[in-house]
Design a protein around this ligand. Structure first.
Ligand code: NAP
Length: 247
């Protein structure tokens, strides 16, 4: 298997894309630490699914926006797994509104979780990976961070920030054998998009050449590639998983 003997931490692994990534990495032999914010029941289910398939998983609750909590969470994951080879910074939220209606607290919440959360976890994990002179980090952005989206100035700013952060980190860490890449999903079928009005969904679908929403598994497969050793000579890149929405 591609990830035999590897240890991975996936943030936001209780649902949606993070859940699919955790299951995919575990299916290739990785031991996986499952981070989540508050939904313990969902995280327990993912753990049970991995264990039922013969894999190893541990739970690591923490709000990634909280620096101390995120650092402690990375430390706990490393102790529980016995190391850390792969970090997938996937946790994210939306607080959509048009610019003139967007409250400062909603701007801050999205920046804190989606961008600062990645800073906190990457900083804690990079220390270890640099010492080991090996590691793969994948950060979850969005095509919205590349092309923007009305009603998402906060989210677009955070996701564009993730891309800039990742390229800078890729340059810093490359000399120590650590890769940092970005996955930018398009329109993926999860809780995050479930509540969108039908007309918004129809408009989005009309702009997708492959003619369907993406599945969490579509995104998980791209993450697997980037952490698998098959992508050892790839760093600082943004891989869009969007059915051709943005090209
Ligand atoms: P989702 O179904 O809403 O799941 C979000 C996950 O993040 C949950 O596991 C949640 O944990 C966790 N989380 C939220 N805030 C957190 C925090 N402060 N600390 C730790 N964990 C936290 O979202 P999704 O659609 O799978 O999205 C996953 C990532 O892909 C996000 O970064 C999102 O921006 C990005 N993305 C999604 C789409 C899409 O179309 N769905 C498109 C582009 C990019 P709890 O269960 O405990 O709440």
């Amino acid at each position: 298997m591609l990830l035999d003997g590897k240890c991975a931490l996936v943030t936001g692994a209780s649902r949606g894309i993070g859940r699919a990534i955790a299951l995919r990495l575990a299916s290739e032999g990785a031991a996986v630490a499952l981070n989540y914010a508050g939904n313990q029941a969902a995280a327990e289910k993912v753990k049970a699914e991995i264990e039922a398939a013969g894999g190893k998983a541990v739970l690591c609750q923490a709000d990634v926006a909280d620096q101390a909590a995120a650092e402690a969470m990375v430390k706990a994951a490393v102790e529980a797994l016995g190391g850390l080879d792969i970090l997938v910074n996937n946790a994210g939220i939306t607080r959509d509104n048009l610019l003139l209606r967007l409250k400062e607290e909603d701007f801050d919440a999205v920046l804190s979780t989606n961008l600062k959360g990645i800073f906190h976890c990457t900083k804690a994990a990079a220390k270890l990976m640099m010492k080991k002179r090996a590691g793969c980090i994948v950060n979850m952005a969005s095509v919205v961070g590349i092309i923007g989206n009305a009603g998402q100035t906060n989210y677009a700013a955070a996701k564009a920030g993730v891309i800039g952060f990742s390229k800078a980190a890729a340059k810093e860490l490359a000399g120590r054998g650590v890769t940092v890449n970005v996955v930018a999903p398009g329109f993926i079928d999860t809780d995050m998009t479930a509540g969108l009005p039908d007309n918004v969904k129809e408009n989005m679908l009309a702009g997708i050449p492959l003619g369907r929403m993406g599945t969490p598994e579509d995104v998980a497969n791209a993450v697997l590639f980037l952490v698998s050793g098959q992508a050892a000579y790839i760093t600082g890149q943004v891989l869009k998983v969007d059915g051709g929405m943005v090209m």
